[in-house]
Write a protein that binds this ligand. Structure first.
Ligand SMILES: NC(=O)c1ccc[n+]([C@@H]2O[C@H](COP(=O)([O-])OP(=O)(O)OC[C@H]3O[C@@H](n4cnc5c(N)ncnc54)[C@H](OP(=O)(O)O)[C@@H]3O)[C@@H](O)[C@H]2O)c1
Length: 249
């Protein structure tokens, strides 16, 4: 199925991964609503995708972590006359040491990556279920598959979100609507700009964008991105704690 004239809403549209997906959707004629908190950056992305696409991309400026998800998404859906794709892309990585020592920092991250994202997921599910059509795409992370010393607060936020999306996939099964949890590994974006030592496991935002757009059409309910993270994380989950705890991952 083509995404021509599809109505696509992206929460956290300034994300490098989301912007790559937006360019592909625009090229295919989708009508895009780009939601984020940086007006200028959103406008630049909207101008870019509008130049590639059939119609003008719309911008909605808000903080996804604090906005009223139910009211905002309902208003966006009303404006578009329905929703075909909702992509929840926003998230923060945080500094692991700060997250361990500052309860406020940990609570902020959990509020952004889990609590608020859950509210958008539930709002989207209600609309898609009512329509009996449409797809909710949510960016989780392989970090949610097994807690490890280097980023377990972030990992916990993505694990919680993953279980929520898994439950929504179950709830929506057979309704015509669907959800897909996208689990990226290492992606070369501003979020990971501080990490050195890129290797063959790293993917570009463009590769992720293509995987996400494809997931909007078929596949799921869980998509490892790229695919090779599925066997890697299977092995990581199966590794006994006695061995896992000897690693410094
Ligand atoms: N890069 C990776 O290796 C990797 C791996 C696994 C999963 N992921 C996930 O992929 C998603 C996209 O990240 P990315 O890699 O594309 O990094 P990115 O370019 O840094 O994007 C993250 C985006 O989240 C937005 N954001 C954060 N808090 C927000 C809020 N309260 N309201 C609205 N927007 C907010 C940021 O917007 P501002 O511009 O306003 O700060 C930023 O554009 C995230 O959920 C991330 O956890 C990334």
């Amino acid at each position: 199925m083509s995404s021509a004239a599809r109505r696509v809403v992206i929460l956290g549209a300034t994300s490098a991964i989301a912007a790559a997906a937006a360019r592909l959707w625009a090229k295919d004629g989708a009508r895009l609503v780009l939601v984020g908190r940086k007006a200028e950056r959103l406008k630049a992305i909207a101008d870019d995708v509008t130049a590639r696409g059939a119609g003008a991309a719309k911008v909605v400026v808000l903080d996804c972590a604090t906005a009223d998800a139910e009211a905002e998404l309902t208003s966006i859906a009303d404006g578009l006359g329905g929703l075909d794709i909702v992509l929840i892309a926003y998230g923060v990585l945080g500094d692991p040491r700060t997250l361990e020592t500052s309860p406020e920092a940990a609570a902020d991250l959990l509020r952004c990556n889990f609590t608020s994202a859950a509210a958008w997921c539930l709002a989207a599910a209600r609309i898609l279920e009512m329509q009996r059509a449409g797809t909710l795409l949510v960016i989780g992370s392989v970090a949610g598959d097994r807690g490890r010393r280097s980023n377990y607060v972030y990992g916990a936020s993505k694990a919680g979100l993953g279980v929520l999306v898994q439950g929504l996939a179950h709830r929506l099964a057979g309704t015509g609507a669907r959800t897909v949890l996208i689990k990226p590994g290492f992606v070369d974006t501003p979020m990971t700009a501080h990490i050195t030592g890129w290797g063959p496991l790293w993917a570009s935002p463009e590769r992720l964008g293509a995987i996400i757009v494809r997931a909007g059409e078929r596949g799921g309910p869980v998509v490892y991105a790229p695919w090779f993270w599925r066997p890697i994380l299977l092995a990581a989950r199966l590794l006994p704690a006695a061995l896992f705890h000897r690693t410094r991952l």
